[in-house]
Design a protein around this ligand. Structure first.
Ligand code: ACM
Length: 674
């Protein structure tokens, strides 16, 4: 009897009218209206495509069906989709007017209408239809017995046309599988530009058939063959993602110059270059006065450009510090003879030589903001990354570019390798507030791009640096600028983060792999608890000065298992705030249960460390936290007087740099309590 009442109750609650704020959509659609009822899934559920889509939609629908089936375990009857009008009676009808072309300013809009017995996705292009399928998957709900969609009407389209992710495959090579799983995750977040940083001081990662030495000598054997590149570009295209390659020049060129020192700017050819093994800015720069430089680059472009159908080609252009140019008398003489006032102008001279080489392949040049000078071609796209501190404020290079007639993309504020909280990225809007821009100027702001530099990432930890924070950036770039509620974002992001596993990214599961290594294959629970209140050092502090980590150093450590936005730290802060507002027994228990957890955690870590040397670096912190927790328990529960000064000193010790390269993410919450 009791059992059936509970069942009834469960059923009643789960099928009650769903509210908008229960939906875990990201990016949030432009318009969404919940209507009455639900559409319940069963084994006979089928999809039919009509209209005139690109073939990528067949693949997309097949993938959709497998994901739906994987989640529901329904053993859906419909196999792979290969053509239009296969099941005219299907419950899900998708109609596309025409094939989409992957690239900028394509129509990516869609309408999704779910009724109790049918679902319609209508889109101008298959690209919009793919987005509609992602929204549909995110709308799925369940009760204890079945899976269903709420009845709903969605009309949706992106706010910005450039919604990108850059992956640096040069510092640490990222194999094909890593790229593909991240492309899948991007597509699920409706992102459409993959910027592939292919070469840097630390490695040349793309096969050049005419110059095989580049990968033979400057990649440590880790590079993409041209066949692999083509395969990835096709894979991305099927997901609606444009791939923009980057060959970073004239700086960041140590790998290239280790093979061809004769086009470097060092005074003597005998002063050899070598592939970079550390982080930071190198002096290495191509010689812009040497005709051989342009011959080689032209040959490289002639091979690289045809691999990428996109209209854009990124030439880097960042952080050329000019030291080698200054030290080279031939280059200095060239400058004065040609009345080139500065190294910056000399770099523009260099950049302008690249424009026709790329134009030959119908490519528009894009570069980091350093390429922005008075004489730079207005066709160049300016990639803003340094923000407001470069003498370009207000608004930095982005505004300067837009006002100066250049199209521009924002990455400042989206540097996910800094390991900062998602909140800042989320609220960072490409469209500057408080700066008046004309309609034309606004139109030049194409969007934004998350930047994943790879000095401290390997295939093992890269996903947890990209996800889930990039999902919040994707929302910023897609959704209306009024969608800025942090609580809502955090609530949805938690669910979205789990769902991202479905497409293959390993941001959650790889943590256990790292923890098993650290604990020496003992129980990982205690260490996992500790990762949930620690965050890797931010803002490049982990490798400040580049003295600790080289490109061959281990990234299998405690800091690699930790992420930005430590989950328990977020929950603990909420609990502390609630407790300080109202010291009710309920609020007290939430806070004190954290202290009990951390005391037990420390005991477990000490026990584990007897057989796990890699745990040693975290013990001073956990010991310290355990002492603080015990004292706070006495103070809160027993109303005992504790030595506040001593406690504060203990807390401050936690801010001193430790060999685990992490910071305690609950520091400010503890401070509040004290
Ligand atoms: C950059 O971060 N050097 C573009």
């Amino acid at each position: 009897m009791k059992y059936s009442i509970i069942l009834l109750f469960v059923f009643f609650v789960s099928s009650a009218q769903i509210k908008k704020k229960q939906l875990n959509l990201m990016p949030w659609p432009q318009n969404i209206n919940l209507t009455d009822g639900t559409f319940t899934l069963n084994q006979k559920f089928k999809v039919n495509i009509t209209g005139n889509p690109n073939d990528r939609l067949f693949k997309g629908v097949s993938k959709f069906l497998r994901r739906l089936d994987g989640r529901t375990g329904l053993f859906l009857e419909q196999p792979f989709v290969t053509k239009t009008n296969e099941y005219s009676e299907a419950e899900l009808q998708i109609n596309c007017a025409r094939p989409g072309k992957v690239g900028l300013n394509e129509d990516e809009s869609y309408t999704l209408i779910i009724e109790t017995n049918k679902i319609n996705i209508t889109a101008t292009t298959d690209l919009g239809a793919l987005h509609g399928l992602e929204t549909l998957l995110q709308l799925m709900q369940n009760n204890g017995r079945s899976f269903y969609f709420p009845a709903v009407e969605v009309t949706d389209s992106p706010r910005f046309t450039w919604r990108g992710l850059m992956i640096d495959a040069a510092r640490h090579f990222q194999p094909v599988d890593v790229i593909k799983r991240n492309l899948d995750a991007m597509a699920s977040m409706k992102m459409n530009v993959f910027h592939w940083h292919l070469v840097d001081d630390q490695g040349w990662r793309i096969e050049i058939k005419k110059h095989p030495k580049l990968t033979e000598l400057a990649s440590d054997g880790d590079y993409y063959t041209q066949e692999e590149i083509k395969n990835i570009v096709k894979y991305a295209d099927e997901l609606g993602i444009m791939v923009v390659p980057e060959i970073d020049i004239p700086g960041h060129a140590s790998a290239l110059l280790s093979v061809y020192p004769e086009i470097g700017s060092k005074k003597s050819e005998s002063m050899l270059y070598s592939v970079g093994r550390r982080s930071g800015i190198y002096d290495s720069a191509l010689d812009p006065t040497n005709p051989k430089t342009y011959k080689l680059l032209s040959e490289i472009f002639d091979e690289v450009c045809p691999l990428f159908p996109s209209d854009y080609f990124h030439i880097g252009g960042d952080e050329n510090n000019g030291k080698e140019w200054n030290a080279n008398p031939v280059i200095q003489e060239f400058k004065s003879k040609n009345k080139i006032a500065s190294n910056h102008d000399l770099q523009t001279y260099f950049n302008m030589k690249l424009v026709p080489m790329l134009k030959k392949h119908n490519k528009q040049l894009m570069g980091w903001e350093e390429i922005l000078t008075n004489d730079m071609s207005k066709e160049a796209i300016i990639h803003a990354w340094r923000g407001v501190n470069e003498g370009l404020s207000p608004g930095g290079a982005l505004v300067k570019a837009a006002k100066g007639g250049y199209k521009t993309v924002l990455s400042n504020g989206y540097y996910i390798d800094l390991l900062l909280s998602v909140d800042g990225h989320y609220l960072n809007d490409p469209m500057p507030k408080n700066i008046v821009l004309s309609k034309e100027e606004k139109d030049r702001i194409l969007g934004g791009e998350a930047a994943m530099w790879s000095e401290l990432v390997t295939p093992l930890n890269i996903d947890s640096r990209i996800w889930p924070r990039t999902a919040a950036i994707a929302e910023r770039l897609w959704s209306n600028d009024t969608i800025i509620d942090l609580n809502s974002m955090h609530r949805r992001l938690k669910v979205i983060s789990s769902r991202l596993e479905e497409v293959g990214v390993m941001h959650i599961r790889n943590k256990e792999v790292i923890l098993r290594n650290i604990t020496n294959y003992q129980d990982t629970r205690a260490l996992n608890d500790f990762t949930n209140i620690c965050e890797p050092l931010k803002n490049y502090k982990r490798n400040g000065g580049g003295k600790k980590y080289f490109m061959y150093s281990p990234l299998t450590l405690f800091a690699d298992a930790c992420t930005a936005d430590a989950s328990d730290a977020y929950d603990f802060d909420k609990a502390v705030n609630q407790y300080l507002e109202n010291k009710s027994p309920e609020n007290q228990i939430v806070v004190t249960s954290f202290f009990r957890k951390w005391i037990a955690m420390n005991n477990d870590l000490i026990a584990l460390s007897a057989n796990a040397p890699l745990i040693q670096p975290v013990l001073p912190m956990s010991n310290n936290l355990s002492v603080i927790s015990k004292q706070l328990l006495l103070a809160i529960e027993e109303k005992q007087n504790v030595d506040k000064k001593a406690l504060n000193e203990l807390l401050e010790q936690l801010t001193i740099r430790n060999s685990a390269d992490v910071e305690l993410a609950i520091y400010s919450s503890l401070k509040k309590l004290l």
